[in-house]
Design a protein around this ligand. Sequence first.
Ligand code: ADP
Ligand code: TZP
Ligand code: MG
Length: 281
Amino acid sequence: MEAEPKVEPPSDQWADKAWTMLTTVRRQSPLIQCITNFVSMDLMANTLLSAGASPAMLHTLEEIPHFTPNVHALCLNVGTLSADWLPSMKAAANFASNSSKPWVLDPVAAGASGFRLNACLELIQLKPTVIRGNGSEILALSKASVQPTKGVDSSHESTDAIEAAKSLAQATGAIVAVSGAIDIVTDGKRVIGAHNGVAMMQKITATGCSVTALIAAFVAVDPSNAFEATALALSVFGVAGEMGMRLAKGPASLRMHLIDSLYGLDEATLISHVKITTFCD
Ligand SMILES: Nc1ncnc2c1ncn2[C@@H]1O[C@H](COP(=O)(O)OP(=O)(O)O)[C@@H](O)[C@H]1O
Ligand SMILES: Cc1ncsc1CCOP(=O)(O)O
Ligand SMILES: [Mg+2]
């Protein structure tokens, strides 16, 4: 049966947690290694900096044994994957896991080709803490099959992928997040939805990639509570989008104002806008 949003925990509970988490990221400034696609590097790094984290886009295999054990979290993104980058991603995932650091996977366009799907499935074997994709990506991973796709964009609503996200979480032990109008987060049992953001965020390339990196930063400062940290990162990014949209004239200016809004988010604004609900079967 399809899950429906039924129970809303006291919103101030989530809102307070969101502010605590954002201030912790700002104070601790976790170092986040990102091995990501060429399209997203700039927005992802600027998103992390605006949130108070410290991004490093290092991907060379030779550097990983020295660098990855010292990061606070790792973000892997297969958006412009080529065969020669995959060993770096696998090595980094192994170093992160072996040094008990969280790592997050963004399975961009997972169902678009056999190469991409297999790469994602191999990376998932290395035990990501969180997998964040759009609806089509999570459906493809859950079915482990190549699908007709719109490439990096989703042809599904996030809510179409709730059951797929739950079974992927159960099969992998990862927290699974599905972005969209409602961002879904599940540990395979619990399902929550973050209702922040604006539709125009889809018209800026790499917003999905960037929120995945923000999840890595939030999980870095609260690794024992990746479920809540993931939902809070999605909500905070969405609130920054809502605030940015008040000033934006279109996607290009929203990109700028989203970064400015994330940087300047204050307690009152964040607390009054965070909207996270619990889904029940
Ligand atoms: N219709 C929407 N309304 C509000 N926010 C949205 C909507 N669609 C996407 N977003 C937000 O845009 C960001 C990118 O999500 P999405 O477009 O699903 O990822 P991807 O770029 O990986 O496909 C997320 O923060 C998500 O919450
Ligand atoms: C357009 C594009 N092509 C390969 S990766 C990429 C960026 C995808 O970013 P997002 O998944 O955040 O939309
Ligand atoms: Mg994406």
